[in-house]
Write a new protein. Structure first.
Length: 626
Protein backbone atom coordinates (compact mmCIF):
# COMPACT_ATOMS: atom_id res chain seq x y z
CA UNK A 1 0.00 0.00 0.00
CA UNK A 2 1.39 3.39 -0.96
CA UNK A 3 2.32 5.69 1.88
CA UNK A 4 1.60 9.39 1.94
CA UNK A 5 4.21 11.75 3.26
CA UNK A 6 3.24 14.42 5.76
CA UNK A 7 2.65 17.92 4.36
CA UNK A 8 5.76 20.07 4.41
CA UNK A 9 8.12 17.08 4.57
CA UNK A 10 10.03 15.82 1.54
CA UNK A 11 10.17 12.08 1.02
CA UNK A 12 13.60 10.41 0.89
CA UNK A 13 12.96 9.40 -2.72
CA UNK A 14 12.29 13.00 -3.72
CA UNK A 15 15.38 14.17 -1.87
CA UNK A 16 17.54 11.53 -3.58
CA UNK A 17 16.11 12.46 -6.98
CA UNK A 18 16.85 16.13 -6.30
CA UNK A 19 20.44 15.28 -5.31
CA UNK A 20 20.92 13.26 -8.49
CA UNK A 21 19.55 16.09 -10.61
CA UNK A 22 21.88 18.55 -8.84
CA UNK A 23 24.87 16.28 -9.43
CA UNK A 24 24.03 15.98 -13.13
CA UNK A 25 24.08 19.77 -13.40
CA UNK A 26 27.23 20.42 -11.36
CA UNK A 27 30.62 18.99 -12.33
CA UNK A 28 32.17 20.53 -9.19
CA UNK A 29 29.69 18.66 -6.99
CA UNK A 30 30.33 15.37 -8.81
CA UNK A 31 34.13 15.72 -8.46
CA UNK A 32 33.80 16.72 -4.81
CA UNK A 33 31.45 13.84 -4.00
CA UNK A 34 33.77 11.42 -5.81
CA UNK A 35 36.73 12.75 -3.84
CA UNK A 36 34.73 12.52 -0.62
CA UNK A 37 33.70 8.92 -1.29
CA UNK A 38 37.23 7.90 -2.31
CA UNK A 39 38.69 9.69 0.71
CA UNK A 40 36.15 8.12 3.04
CA UNK A 41 36.96 4.63 1.75
CA UNK A 42 40.70 5.25 1.98
CA UNK A 43 40.49 6.75 5.46
CA UNK A 44 38.26 3.93 6.63
CA UNK A 45 40.76 1.36 5.42
CA UNK A 46 43.65 3.27 6.99
CA UNK A 47 41.79 3.69 10.26
CA UNK A 48 41.04 -0.02 10.34
CA UNK A 49 44.64 -0.95 9.65
CA UNK A 50 46.06 1.56 12.14
CA UNK A 51 43.56 0.65 14.85
CA UNK A 52 44.13 -3.09 14.45
CA UNK A 53 47.91 -2.56 14.44
CA UNK A 54 47.81 -0.45 17.60
CA UNK A 55 45.50 -2.90 19.38
CA UNK A 56 47.56 -5.92 18.42
CA UNK A 57 50.78 -4.22 19.46
CA UNK A 58 49.44 -3.03 22.81
CA UNK A 59 47.75 -6.31 23.69
CA UNK A 60 50.76 -8.35 22.55
CA UNK A 61 53.07 -6.38 24.83
CA UNK A 62 50.59 -6.62 27.69
CA UNK A 63 50.17 -10.37 27.18
CA UNK A 64 53.91 -10.93 27.34
CA UNK A 65 54.13 -8.83 30.50
CA UNK A 66 51.21 -10.70 32.06
CA UNK A 67 52.69 -14.12 31.26
CA UNK A 68 56.08 -13.07 32.67
CA UNK A 69 54.48 -11.78 35.86
CA UNK A 70 52.35 -14.92 36.27
CA UNK A 71 55.40 -17.15 35.77
CA UNK A 72 57.27 -15.17 38.44
CA UNK A 73 54.38 -15.42 40.95
CA UNK A 74 53.97 -19.14 40.35
CA UNK A 75 57.71 -19.81 40.78
CA UNK A 76 57.78 -17.84 44.02
CA UNK A 77 54.77 -19.72 45.36
CA UNK A 78 56.19 -23.07 44.31
CA UNK A 79 59.45 -22.31 46.09
CA UNK A 80 57.55 -21.51 49.29
CA UNK A 81 55.49 -24.67 48.99
CA UNK A 82 58.57 -26.80 48.38
CA UNK A 83 60.29 -25.41 51.48
CA UNK A 84 57.27 -25.86 53.76
CA UNK A 85 57.08 -28.84 56.22
CA UNK A 86 53.41 -29.68 56.68
CA UNK A 87 51.83 -33.06 57.41
CA UNK A 88 48.10 -32.55 57.96
CA UNK A 89 45.42 -31.44 55.53
CA UNK A 90 44.61 -28.39 57.65
CA UNK A 91 48.22 -27.23 57.48
CA UNK A 92 48.22 -27.76 53.70
CA UNK A 93 44.97 -25.80 53.31
CA UNK A 94 46.33 -22.94 55.40
CA UNK A 95 49.55 -22.88 53.40
CA UNK A 96 47.63 -22.92 50.07
CA UNK A 97 45.33 -20.07 51.25
CA UNK A 98 48.39 -18.06 52.20
CA UNK A 99 49.96 -18.50 48.76
CA UNK A 100 46.72 -17.66 46.92
CA UNK A 101 46.45 -14.42 48.86
CA UNK A 102 50.14 -13.70 48.27
CA UNK A 103 49.81 -14.23 44.51
CA UNK A 104 46.73 -11.94 44.45
CA UNK A 105 48.58 -9.17 46.20
CA UNK A 106 51.88 -9.46 44.32
CA UNK A 107 50.19 -9.59 40.89
CA UNK A 108 48.12 -6.49 41.48
CA UNK A 109 50.89 -4.29 40.13
CA UNK A 110 50.70 -6.09 36.76
CA UNK A 111 46.88 -5.91 36.67
CA UNK A 112 46.02 -9.05 38.62
CA UNK A 113 42.49 -8.92 40.03
CA UNK A 114 41.79 -12.54 41.09
CA UNK A 115 43.32 -15.96 41.83
CA UNK A 116 41.72 -19.41 41.95
CA UNK A 117 43.13 -22.82 43.02
CA UNK A 118 41.55 -26.04 41.72
CA UNK A 119 42.47 -29.70 42.23
CA UNK A 120 43.95 -31.16 39.07
CA UNK A 121 41.78 -33.67 37.28
CA UNK A 122 44.63 -36.16 37.06
CA UNK A 123 45.53 -36.01 40.79
CA UNK A 124 44.84 -39.25 42.71
CA UNK A 125 46.20 -38.41 46.18
CA UNK A 126 43.97 -39.32 49.15
CA UNK A 127 44.67 -35.97 50.80
CA UNK A 128 42.63 -33.11 49.31
CA UNK A 129 41.78 -29.56 50.27
CA UNK A 130 38.89 -27.35 49.21
CA UNK A 131 39.07 -25.21 46.05
CA UNK A 132 40.19 -21.67 46.84
CA UNK A 133 39.57 -18.28 45.14
CA UNK A 134 39.91 -14.63 46.00
CA UNK A 135 36.52 -13.80 44.45
CA UNK A 136 33.43 -15.91 43.92
CA UNK A 137 33.18 -14.66 40.32
CA UNK A 138 36.33 -16.60 39.50
CA UNK A 139 34.38 -19.85 39.57
CA UNK A 140 32.50 -18.89 36.38
CA UNK A 141 35.69 -17.85 34.59
CA UNK A 142 37.52 -21.17 35.06
CA UNK A 143 35.93 -23.03 32.16
CA UNK A 144 36.61 -26.45 30.73
CA UNK A 145 38.54 -24.87 27.87
CA UNK A 146 41.20 -23.29 30.11
CA UNK A 147 41.25 -26.33 32.38
CA UNK A 148 41.96 -28.65 29.47
CA UNK A 149 44.62 -26.26 28.18
CA UNK A 150 46.41 -26.41 31.55
CA UNK A 151 46.14 -30.21 31.61
CA UNK A 152 47.65 -30.42 28.12
CA UNK A 153 50.42 -27.87 28.72
CA UNK A 154 53.93 -29.27 29.46
CA UNK A 155 55.18 -28.99 33.01
CA UNK A 156 56.49 -25.55 33.91
CA UNK A 157 54.58 -23.73 31.10
CA UNK A 158 51.58 -21.45 31.16
CA UNK A 159 48.24 -21.64 29.37
CA UNK A 160 46.12 -18.53 28.78
CA UNK A 161 42.79 -17.49 27.32
CA UNK A 162 41.19 -14.03 26.71
CA UNK A 163 38.16 -13.41 28.87
CA UNK A 164 35.98 -10.70 30.37
CA UNK A 165 36.45 -9.35 33.89
CA UNK A 166 33.07 -9.09 35.69
CA UNK A 167 31.99 -5.72 37.06
CA UNK A 168 32.13 -7.09 40.63
CA UNK A 169 35.91 -7.52 40.35
CA UNK A 170 36.77 -3.90 39.44
CA UNK A 171 35.69 -0.41 40.39
CA UNK A 172 34.18 0.47 37.04
CA UNK A 173 30.86 -0.42 35.44
CA UNK A 174 30.34 -3.21 32.96
CA UNK A 175 32.76 -5.85 31.87
CA UNK A 176 36.40 -5.26 30.99
CA UNK A 177 38.74 -7.25 28.75
CA UNK A 178 41.14 -9.53 30.60
CA UNK A 179 43.48 -12.52 30.36
CA UNK A 180 43.15 -15.70 32.46
CA UNK A 181 46.51 -17.49 32.98
CA UNK A 182 46.71 -21.07 34.35
CA UNK A 183 49.49 -23.48 35.35
CA UNK A 184 50.32 -26.31 37.79
CA UNK A 185 51.33 -26.04 41.46
CA UNK A 186 52.58 -28.97 43.52
CA UNK A 187 51.23 -28.87 47.10
CA UNK A 188 52.88 -30.89 49.88
CA UNK A 189 50.90 -34.04 50.76
CA UNK A 190 47.89 -32.93 48.53
CA UNK A 191 49.67 -33.32 45.18
CA UNK A 192 48.98 -31.42 41.90
CA UNK A 193 46.66 -28.36 41.85
CA UNK A 194 45.89 -25.86 39.07
CA UNK A 195 46.30 -22.18 39.85
CA UNK A 196 44.55 -19.49 37.72
CA UNK A 197 45.46 -15.79 37.81
CA UNK A 198 43.09 -13.18 36.22
CA UNK A 199 44.62 -9.98 34.79
CA UNK A 200 42.61 -6.97 33.61
CA UNK A 201 43.39 -5.20 30.30
CA UNK A 202 41.28 -2.13 31.03
CA UNK A 203 44.22 0.35 30.91
CA UNK A 204 45.33 -1.01 27.56
CA UNK A 205 41.75 -0.87 26.24
CA UNK A 206 41.51 2.78 27.25
CA UNK A 207 44.81 3.46 25.52
CA UNK A 208 43.57 1.81 22.33
CA UNK A 209 40.28 3.75 22.51
CA UNK A 210 42.06 7.07 22.94
CA UNK A 211 44.43 6.27 20.08
CA UNK A 212 41.54 5.22 17.83
CA UNK A 213 39.65 8.43 18.56
CA UNK A 214 42.74 10.46 17.78
CA UNK A 215 43.23 8.62 14.49
CA UNK A 216 39.54 9.04 13.57
CA UNK A 217 39.63 12.73 14.41
CA UNK A 218 42.73 13.19 12.30
CA UNK A 219 41.16 11.19 9.46
CA UNK A 220 37.94 13.23 9.48
CA UNK A 221 39.94 16.44 9.54
CA UNK A 222 42.06 15.23 6.66
CA UNK A 223 38.91 14.27 4.72
CA UNK A 224 37.37 17.72 5.24
CA UNK A 225 40.58 19.42 4.18
CA UNK A 226 40.73 17.15 1.13
CA UNK A 227 37.12 17.91 0.14
CA UNK A 228 37.66 21.63 0.62
CA UNK A 229 40.85 21.47 -1.42
CA UNK A 230 39.20 19.47 -4.21
CA UNK A 231 36.25 21.89 -4.27
CA UNK A 232 38.54 24.90 -4.44
CA UNK A 233 40.83 23.45 -7.11
CA UNK A 234 37.92 22.19 -9.22
CA UNK A 235 36.13 25.53 -8.97
CA UNK A 236 39.26 27.39 -10.06
CA UNK A 237 39.87 25.01 -12.93
CA UNK A 238 36.25 25.12 -14.11
CA UNK A 239 35.88 28.90 -13.77
CA UNK A 240 37.19 29.52 -17.31
CA UNK A 241 34.89 26.76 -18.58
CA UNK A 242 31.89 28.45 -16.95
CA UNK A 243 32.94 31.78 -18.40
CA UNK A 244 33.21 30.16 -21.82
CA UNK A 245 29.74 28.65 -21.42
CA UNK A 246 28.21 32.00 -20.43
CA UNK A 247 30.01 33.70 -23.30
CA UNK A 248 28.64 31.07 -25.71
CA UNK A 249 25.11 31.69 -24.41
CA UNK A 250 25.49 35.45 -24.89
CA UNK A 251 26.89 34.84 -28.36
CA UNK A 252 23.93 32.61 -29.20
CA UNK A 253 21.53 35.28 -27.93
CA UNK A 254 22.91 37.80 -30.41
CA UNK A 255 25.84 39.52 -28.68
CA UNK A 256 28.23 38.87 -31.53
CA UNK A 257 30.97 41.04 -30.00
CA UNK A 258 31.31 38.67 -27.02
CA UNK A 259 34.91 37.58 -26.39
CA UNK A 260 36.85 35.82 -23.61
CA UNK A 261 39.98 37.18 -21.95
CA UNK A 262 42.95 34.92 -22.68
CA UNK A 263 45.22 34.28 -19.69
CA UNK A 264 48.37 32.22 -19.85
CA UNK A 265 49.34 29.63 -22.40
CA UNK A 266 47.80 26.43 -21.01
CA UNK A 267 44.91 24.32 -22.32
CA UNK A 268 42.27 26.70 -20.94
CA UNK A 269 43.96 29.60 -22.69
CA UNK A 270 43.82 27.54 -25.87
CA UNK A 271 40.08 27.05 -25.32
CA UNK A 272 39.57 30.80 -24.92
CA UNK A 273 41.60 31.50 -28.06
CA UNK A 274 39.59 28.98 -30.08
CA UNK A 275 36.33 30.45 -28.81
CA UNK A 276 37.37 33.97 -29.75
CA UNK A 277 38.41 32.79 -33.21
CA UNK A 278 35.07 31.03 -33.67
CA UNK A 279 33.12 34.07 -32.43
CA UNK A 280 35.01 36.41 -34.77
CA UNK A 281 34.38 34.10 -37.72
CA UNK A 282 30.71 33.73 -36.82
CA UNK A 283 30.30 37.49 -36.46
CA UNK A 284 31.90 38.07 -39.84
CA UNK A 285 29.70 35.45 -41.50
CA UNK A 286 26.48 36.79 -39.98
CA UNK A 287 27.34 40.36 -40.86
CA UNK A 288 28.10 39.23 -44.40
CA UNK A 289 24.78 37.39 -44.60
CA UNK A 290 23.04 40.45 -43.17
CA UNK A 291 24.60 42.64 -45.83
CA UNK A 292 23.58 40.18 -48.54
CA UNK A 293 20.08 40.04 -47.09
CA UNK A 294 19.89 43.84 -47.16
CA UNK A 295 21.05 43.92 -50.78
CA UNK A 296 18.56 41.22 -51.71
CA UNK A 297 15.68 42.94 -49.98
CA UNK A 298 16.52 46.28 -51.55
CA UNK A 299 16.84 44.60 -54.95
CA UNK A 300 13.44 42.92 -54.65
CA UNK A 301 11.86 46.14 -53.39
CA UNK A 302 13.42 48.30 -56.09
CA UNK A 303 12.64 45.89 -58.91
CA UNK A 304 9.08 45.41 -57.68
CA UNK A 305 8.48 49.16 -57.54
CA UNK A 306 10.14 49.76 -60.90
CA UNK A 307 7.97 47.11 -62.52
CA UNK A 308 4.73 48.71 -61.38
CA UNK A 309 4.79 51.45 -64.01
CA UNK A 310 5.36 49.24 -67.06
CA UNK A 311 2.98 46.66 -65.62
CA UNK A 312 0.25 49.29 -65.37
CA UNK A 313 0.70 50.09 -69.04
CA UNK A 314 0.69 46.41 -69.97
CA UNK A 315 -2.38 45.91 -67.77
CA UNK A 316 -4.29 48.64 -69.58
CA UNK A 317 -3.35 47.28 -73.00
CA UNK A 318 -4.21 43.73 -71.93
CA UNK A 319 -7.61 44.82 -70.63
CA UNK A 320 -8.36 46.55 -73.91
CA UNK A 321 -7.40 43.50 -75.94
CA UNK A 322 -9.30 41.17 -73.63
CA UNK A 323 -12.44 43.31 -73.74
CA UNK A 324 -12.33 43.37 -77.56
CA UNK A 325 -11.44 39.69 -78.00
CA UNK A 326 -14.89 38.89 -79.42
CA UNK A 327 -14.25 41.30 -82.28
CA UNK A 328 -11.00 39.59 -83.28
CA UNK A 329 -11.61 37.26 -86.18
CA UNK A 330 -8.29 35.42 -86.07
CA UNK A 331 -8.66 32.55 -83.51
CA UNK A 332 -4.94 32.54 -82.80
CA UNK A 333 -4.90 36.26 -82.05
CA UNK A 334 -8.02 35.92 -79.90
CA UNK A 335 -6.42 33.10 -77.93
CA UNK A 336 -3.26 35.14 -77.52
CA UNK A 337 -5.28 37.99 -75.99
CA UNK A 338 -6.78 35.58 -73.46
CA UNK A 339 -3.41 34.12 -72.56
CA UNK A 340 -1.91 37.59 -72.24
CA UNK A 341 -4.64 38.63 -69.82
CA UNK A 342 -4.12 35.46 -67.79
CA UNK A 343 -0.37 35.91 -67.50
CA UNK A 344 -0.68 39.61 -66.67
CA UNK A 345 -3.00 38.59 -63.82
CA UNK A 346 -0.35 36.19 -62.52
CA UNK A 347 2.40 38.76 -62.95
CA UNK A 348 0.41 41.36 -61.03
CA UNK A 349 -0.29 38.89 -58.22
CA UNK A 350 3.39 37.97 -58.03
CA UNK A 351 4.43 41.61 -57.96
CA UNK A 352 1.91 42.37 -55.21
CA UNK A 353 3.21 39.49 -53.09
CA UNK A 354 6.82 40.52 -53.61
CA UNK A 355 6.03 44.06 -52.50
CA UNK A 356 4.26 42.72 -49.41
CA UNK A 357 7.19 40.44 -48.54
CA UNK A 358 9.55 43.37 -49.00
CA UNK A 359 7.52 45.52 -46.60
CA UNK A 360 7.38 42.73 -44.01
CA UNK A 361 11.12 42.07 -44.21
CA UNK A 362 11.90 45.75 -43.81
CA UNK A 363 9.99 45.84 -40.51
CA UNK A 364 7.98 48.87 -41.58
CA UNK A 365 4.59 47.19 -41.41
CA UNK A 366 1.97 48.84 -39.19
CA UNK A 367 -1.34 47.21 -38.38
CA UNK A 368 -4.59 49.08 -38.93
CA UNK A 369 -6.34 47.84 -35.80
CA UNK A 370 -10.09 47.55 -35.44
CA UNK A 371 -12.45 45.42 -33.38
CA UNK A 372 -13.77 42.68 -35.65
CA UNK A 373 -15.65 39.41 -35.37
CA UNK A 374 -13.63 36.58 -36.90
CA UNK A 375 -16.87 34.84 -37.87
CA UNK A 376 -17.87 37.75 -40.11
CA UNK A 377 -14.42 37.73 -41.70
CA UNK A 378 -14.86 34.03 -42.51
CA UNK A 379 -18.32 34.63 -43.99
CA UNK A 380 -17.03 37.39 -46.26
CA UNK A 381 -14.15 35.24 -47.51
CA UNK A 382 -16.40 32.24 -48.17
CA UNK A 383 -18.81 34.47 -50.08
CA UNK A 384 -15.94 35.79 -52.21
CA UNK A 385 -14.64 32.31 -53.11
CA UNK A 386 -18.05 30.69 -53.49
CA UNK A 387 -17.63 30.40 -57.25
CA UNK A 388 -14.38 28.45 -56.77
CA UNK A 389 -16.00 26.14 -54.21
CA UNK A 390 -18.80 25.39 -56.66
CA UNK A 391 -16.40 24.84 -59.55
CA UNK A 392 -14.26 22.41 -57.52
CA UNK A 393 -17.23 20.34 -56.37
CA UNK A 394 -16.21 20.67 -52.72
CA UNK A 395 -18.64 21.09 -49.84
CA UNK A 396 -17.95 23.53 -47.01
CA UNK A 397 -19.15 22.56 -43.52
CA UNK A 398 -19.19 25.71 -41.42
CA UNK A 399 -19.04 25.67 -37.58
CA UNK A 400 -18.81 29.23 -36.29
CA UNK A 401 -19.95 28.55 -32.73
CA UNK A 402 -22.51 30.45 -30.68
CA UNK A 403 -20.23 33.02 -29.05
CA UNK A 404 -18.89 36.15 -30.82
CA UNK A 405 -15.24 35.75 -31.86
CA UNK A 406 -14.35 39.42 -31.55
CA UNK A 407 -10.71 40.48 -31.41
CA UNK A 408 -8.47 43.41 -32.25
CA UNK A 409 -7.04 42.83 -35.72
CA UNK A 410 -6.00 44.29 -39.02
CA UNK A 411 -9.03 43.01 -40.89
CA UNK A 412 -7.34 43.23 -44.32
CA UNK A 413 -4.48 40.99 -43.24
CA UNK A 414 -6.71 38.53 -41.39
CA UNK A 415 -8.96 38.29 -44.45
CA UNK A 416 -5.88 37.53 -46.50
CA UNK A 417 -4.89 34.74 -44.09
CA UNK A 418 -8.37 33.22 -44.19
CA UNK A 419 -8.52 33.52 -47.99
CA UNK A 420 -5.16 31.78 -48.37
CA UNK A 421 -6.22 28.91 -46.08
CA UNK A 422 -9.60 28.44 -47.73
CA UNK A 423 -8.17 28.69 -51.27
CA UNK A 424 -5.48 26.19 -50.27
CA UNK A 425 -8.15 23.77 -49.00
CA UNK A 426 -10.18 24.15 -52.23
CA UNK A 427 -7.09 23.42 -54.30
CA UNK A 428 -6.26 20.20 -52.45
CA UNK A 429 -9.67 18.93 -51.29
CA UNK A 430 -10.26 17.27 -54.68
CA UNK A 431 -14.01 17.76 -54.38
CA UNK A 432 -14.25 16.44 -50.80
CA UNK A 433 -15.59 18.11 -47.66
CA UNK A 434 -13.90 21.23 -46.22
CA UNK A 435 -14.47 21.84 -42.50
CA UNK A 436 -14.19 25.46 -41.35
CA UNK A 437 -14.33 25.84 -37.55
CA UNK A 438 -14.15 28.96 -35.38
CA UNK A 439 -13.67 28.74 -31.60
CA UNK A 440 -12.87 31.16 -28.80
CA UNK A 441 -11.33 31.26 -25.36
CA UNK A 442 -10.98 34.01 -22.78
CA UNK A 443 -7.95 35.55 -24.50
CA UNK A 444 -7.80 34.09 -28.02
CA UNK A 445 -9.82 33.32 -31.14
CA UNK A 446 -9.03 30.45 -33.48
CA UNK A 447 -9.84 29.28 -37.00
CA UNK A 448 -9.20 25.77 -38.31
CA UNK A 449 -9.55 24.91 -41.99
CA UNK A 450 -9.58 21.16 -42.60
CA UNK A 451 -9.74 19.41 -45.97
CA UNK A 452 -10.01 15.69 -46.69
CA UNK A 453 -7.94 15.63 -49.86
CA UNK A 454 -4.48 14.37 -50.76
CA UNK A 455 -2.94 15.38 -47.43
CA UNK A 456 0.70 16.03 -46.58
CA UNK A 457 3.55 13.97 -45.21
CA UNK A 458 5.26 15.10 -41.99
CA UNK A 459 8.27 16.22 -44.04
CA UNK A 460 6.08 18.49 -46.16
CA UNK A 461 4.36 19.86 -43.04
CA UNK A 462 7.74 20.92 -41.66
CA UNK A 463 8.47 22.95 -44.83
CA UNK A 464 5.03 24.08 -45.95
CA UNK A 465 5.53 27.66 -44.69
CA UNK A 466 8.93 28.06 -46.36
CA UNK A 467 9.14 30.52 -49.21
CA UNK A 468 9.44 28.97 -52.65
CA UNK A 469 9.22 25.42 -51.32
CA UNK A 470 8.06 22.87 -53.90
CA UNK A 471 6.95 19.37 -52.87
CA UNK A 472 5.36 18.36 -56.20
CA UNK A 473 6.47 20.73 -58.98
CA UNK A 474 4.51 18.73 -61.56
CA UNK A 475 1.16 19.27 -59.80
CA UNK A 476 -1.11 21.58 -61.80
CA UNK A 477 -2.72 24.49 -59.99
CA UNK A 478 -6.25 25.59 -60.83
CA UNK A 479 -6.41 28.87 -58.92
CA UNK A 480 -3.08 30.39 -59.88
CA UNK A 481 -0.95 32.24 -57.33
CA UNK A 482 2.66 33.04 -56.57
CA UNK A 483 3.78 30.44 -54.02
CA UNK A 484 4.15 33.04 -51.24
CA UNK A 485 0.65 32.79 -49.79
CA UNK A 486 1.39 30.71 -46.71
CA UNK A 487 4.61 32.62 -46.02
CA UNK A 488 2.71 35.93 -46.09
CA UNK A 489 -0.09 34.41 -43.98
CA UNK A 490 2.46 33.27 -41.40
CA UNK A 491 4.00 36.74 -41.21
CA UNK A 492 0.55 38.33 -40.88
CA UNK A 493 -0.26 35.98 -37.98
CA UNK A 494 3.02 36.84 -36.25
CA UNK A 495 2.36 40.56 -36.70
CA UNK A 496 -0.74 40.03 -34.54
CA UNK A 497 1.20 37.98 -31.98
CA UNK A 498 -0.63 34.84 -33.13
CA UNK A 499 0.38 31.47 -34.53
CA UNK A 500 -0.28 29.57 -37.74
CA UNK A 501 0.40 25.83 -37.62
CA UNK A 502 -0.19 22.94 -39.99
CA UNK A 503 -0.93 19.22 -39.79
CA UNK A 504 -1.32 16.65 -42.50
CA UNK A 505 -1.26 12.97 -43.31
CA UNK A 506 -1.06 11.31 -46.72
CA UNK A 507 -4.53 10.47 -48.11
CA UNK A 508 -6.20 11.82 -44.94
CA UNK A 509 -6.16 15.51 -45.74
CA UNK A 510 -4.62 18.40 -43.90
CA UNK A 511 -5.46 21.03 -41.32
CA UNK A 512 -4.31 24.61 -40.73
CA UNK A 513 -4.90 26.37 -37.42
CA UNK A 514 -4.83 30.16 -36.97
CA UNK A 515 -4.81 31.46 -33.37
CA UNK A 516 -4.96 35.22 -32.66
CA UNK A 517 -4.96 37.07 -29.33
CA UNK A 518 -8.11 39.00 -28.55
CA UNK A 519 -6.17 42.10 -27.51
CA UNK A 520 -3.13 43.58 -29.25
CA UNK A 521 -0.39 45.64 -27.64
CA UNK A 522 -0.14 49.40 -27.59
CA UNK A 523 -0.04 51.11 -30.98
CA UNK A 524 -0.85 47.87 -32.78
CA UNK A 525 2.11 45.87 -31.45
CA UNK A 526 1.72 42.06 -31.26
CA UNK A 527 -0.47 40.67 -28.51
CA UNK A 528 0.29 37.80 -26.17
CA UNK A 529 -1.16 34.29 -26.14
CA UNK A 530 -1.51 32.50 -22.80
CA UNK A 531 -3.23 29.32 -21.70
CA UNK A 532 -4.46 26.53 -23.93
CA UNK A 533 -5.47 27.27 -27.56
CA UNK A 534 -9.22 27.16 -28.31
CA UNK A 535 -8.67 24.47 -30.96
CA UNK A 536 -6.14 21.77 -31.75
CA UNK A 537 -4.45 21.74 -35.14
CA UNK A 538 -4.99 17.98 -35.28
CA UNK A 539 -8.68 17.44 -36.12
CA UNK A 540 -10.78 15.02 -34.06
CA UNK A 541 -11.27 12.69 -37.04
CA UNK A 542 -7.52 12.32 -37.69
CA UNK A 543 -6.12 8.75 -37.72
CA UNK A 544 -4.54 7.66 -34.45
CA UNK A 545 -1.16 7.13 -36.09
CA UNK A 546 -1.25 10.67 -37.46
CA UNK A 547 -1.80 12.35 -34.09
CA UNK A 548 1.91 12.13 -33.27
CA UNK A 549 3.05 13.34 -36.68
CA UNK A 550 4.92 16.56 -37.33
CA UNK A 551 2.87 19.65 -36.73
CA UNK A 552 0.92 18.29 -33.77
CA UNK A 553 0.15 20.95 -31.18
CA UNK A 554 -0.25 19.89 -27.58
CA UNK A 555 -2.70 21.65 -25.33
CA UNK A 556 -1.28 24.65 -23.56
CA UNK A 557 1.55 25.11 -26.06
CA UNK A 558 1.96 27.67 -28.82
CA UNK A 559 4.43 26.20 -31.32
CA UNK A 560 4.62 27.30 -34.90
CA UNK A 561 6.89 27.99 -37.83
CA UNK A 562 9.65 30.51 -37.35
CA UNK A 563 9.06 33.96 -38.79
CA UNK A 564 11.39 34.90 -41.61
CA UNK A 565 11.13 38.52 -40.48
CA UNK A 566 12.27 37.97 -36.88
CA UNK A 567 13.96 34.56 -36.94
CA UNK A 568 13.39 32.51 -33.79
CA UNK A 569 10.60 34.23 -31.80
CA UNK A 570 11.65 35.66 -28.48
CA UNK A 571 14.42 37.66 -26.89
CA UNK A 572 17.20 36.01 -28.87
CA UNK A 573 15.85 37.16 -32.21
CA UNK A 574 15.19 40.70 -30.99
CA UNK A 575 18.65 41.04 -29.52
CA UNK A 576 20.31 39.61 -32.61
CA UNK A 577 18.41 42.03 -34.81
CA UNK A 578 19.51 44.96 -32.66
CA UNK A 579 23.18 44.15 -33.25
CA UNK A 580 23.05 43.76 -37.02
CA UNK A 581 22.54 46.32 -39.77
CA UNK A 582 19.45 44.43 -41.00
CA UNK A 583 16.83 42.53 -39.00
CA UNK A 584 16.49 39.89 -41.72
CA UNK A 585 19.54 37.78 -40.99
CA UNK A 586 18.46 34.49 -42.50
CA UNK A 587 19.90 33.61 -45.84
CA UNK A 588 17.31 33.37 -48.59
CA UNK A 589 17.56 31.61 -51.89
CA UNK A 590 17.06 33.26 -55.25
CA UNK A 591 13.56 34.54 -55.96
CA UNK A 592 11.53 32.17 -58.08
CA UNK A 593 7.94 32.47 -59.21
CA UNK A 594 6.29 29.55 -57.46
CA UNK A 595 2.82 28.26 -56.95
CA UNK A 596 -0.38 29.99 -55.96
CA UNK A 597 -1.33 31.91 -52.87
CA UNK A 598 -1.15 29.11 -50.31
CA UNK A 599 0.20 26.00 -51.94
CA UNK A 600 -0.21 23.09 -49.56
CA UNK A 601 2.32 21.04 -51.39
CA UNK A 602 4.26 24.07 -52.58
CA UNK A 603 3.75 23.08 -56.23
CA UNK A 604 4.74 25.74 -58.74
CA UNK A 605 2.10 26.48 -61.40
CA UNK A 606 3.02 25.27 -64.82
CA UNK A 607 2.75 27.35 -67.95
CA UNK A 608 -0.31 25.73 -69.47
CA UNK A 609 -1.42 27.08 -72.78
CA UNK A 610 -4.96 26.00 -72.09
CA UNK A 611 -5.12 27.53 -68.62
CA UNK A 612 -7.11 30.71 -68.23
CA UNK A 613 -8.77 32.36 -65.24
CA UNK A 614 -12.26 31.21 -64.50
CA UNK A 615 -15.06 33.59 -65.14
CA UNK A 616 -16.03 35.68 -62.16
CA UNK A 617 -12.60 35.44 -60.52
CA UNK A 618 -11.55 38.64 -58.80
CA UNK A 619 -8.24 40.27 -59.56
CA UNK A 620 -5.32 38.91 -57.50
CA UNK A 621 -4.49 42.38 -56.36
CA UNK A 622 -7.98 42.72 -54.94
CA UNK A 623 -7.75 39.30 -53.28
CA UNK A 624 -4.60 40.27 -51.41
CA UNK A 625 -6.06 43.50 -50.15
CA UNK A 626 -3.43 45.67 -51.84
Amino acid sequence: MATRSEPGRRSPVAGLAGLRALMRRSLILRVTVAALVAGAVLITVLLGVVTVTIRESVFSDKRDAVLADAMERVRTAQAVLDAATVTSPDEVAFLAQTQVTSIRGSSAGAGGVGVALRRSGSESSSVAINDLSTDAAMDALVTHDITQAVEDAPAGTLAWRPTQVPASMHSGSGQEPGVLVGTRLSLPVAGQYDVYVLYTLAPEQRLVTVASRAVITAGVGFALVTVLGVWTVTARVLRPVRQTSLAAQRLASGTLSERIEVRGEDELAGLATSFNTMAASLQAQIERYAALSTVQRLFVSDVSHELRTPLTTIRMASDQLYAARTEIEDPLARRSAELLNDQVDRFQTMLTDLLEISRIDSGRVELRVSQEDLREVVRRVLSAVEVHVTASGAQVHLDLGDQPATAQMDVTRVERIVRNLVTNAIEHAEGSVIDVTVATSSNAVALRVRDHGVGMSPDVVAKVFDRFYRAEPSRRRTLGGTGLGLSIALEDAHLHGGTLTAWGWPADGSSFLLVLPRVLGEDGTPGTLTGAPPLEVVPPDAPAVARTSAGHTSAGQWPGPVSRRTGQPGKSARRLNSTLPDPAVRRRGPLQPLDGGAGQDGARPQEQDGARPQEGRSRPGQEEGQ
